[in-house]
Design a protein around this ligand. Structure first.
Ligand code: IMP
Length: 198
């Protein structure tokens, strides 16, 4: 029998990506809606892992099933690690992705130190109190102007020197190979595999 895990997302792409990876461990990933719960968790943590764990624990407690949640963002050296855990809310609720990266480029005007990294934490909370945490990062620099059409969020302004392209100029597969999320997912799959064998 497939073991059911709730993934704390309404994003169909994240659900599909996680299902593909975890099905090899006999794990079936379902959305909160599919198990009849809606949980709105305030992201009050100061780290990605704290926020991901807050979401995973809340969903696990509400559903009585193991729950997986992630949190991610962009950390810019010249902005003291910001926008960091505030990446989705940078500049206020009224901005869209383009508004946020345009604001970022403006904040970086004249700045020669442009190093940055994306970070992602994936956490799993189990009904017996056990937890798993996996993290991944990807280093790069903030470009001087947006480039590329793929991806989402800050992708057009995140330049990866080893590829000489921004995230938005990579295909989804190329991005997943090196991205913070791809790396966190690979580590998470490995940790979950080990945990489930015990
Ligand atoms: P969340 O983890 O879904 O809360 O996303 C946090 C925010 O970080 C997103 O809204 C994006 O603005 C940004 N972000 C996280 N991962 C990426 C990425 O891979 N590319 C571009 N932006 C990202």
């Amino acid at each position: 029998m497939m073991e059911k895990f709730v993934l704390a997302t309404h994003n169909a792409n994240k659900l599909k990506e996680m299902s593909a990876i975890l099905s090899q461990y006999g794990v079936q990933v379902v959305s909160p809606g599919e198990v009849g719960i809606t949980v709105d968790v305030e992201e009050t943590g100061t780290t990605f892992a704290e926020n991901a764990m807050l979401k995973a624990r809340a969903i696990c407690d509400a559903a009585g099933l193991p729950a997986i949640a992630d949190d991610s963002g962009l950390c810019v050296d010249a902005l003291n690690g910001g926008p960091g855990v505030y990446s989705a809310r940078y500049g206020g609720e009224e901005l869209d992705d383009k508004g946020r990266y345009t604001l970022l480029l403006r904040s970086m005007r004249g700045q020669t130190t442009r190093a940055a990294h994306f970070a992602c934490a994936i956490c799993c909370a189990f009904p017996n109190g056990d937890t798993l945490t996996a993290e991944g990062t990807c280093g790069g620099t903030i470009a001087f102007a947006p480039m590329g059409e793929n991806g989402f969020g800050y992708d057009p302004v995140f330049f990866v020197p080893e590829k000489a392209k921004t995230f938005a100029q990579l295909t989804a597969e190329e991005k997943a190979e090196i991205s913070h999320r791809g790396r966190a997912l690979a580590e998470f799959a490995e940790k979950l595999g080990t945990y489930l064998k015990k």
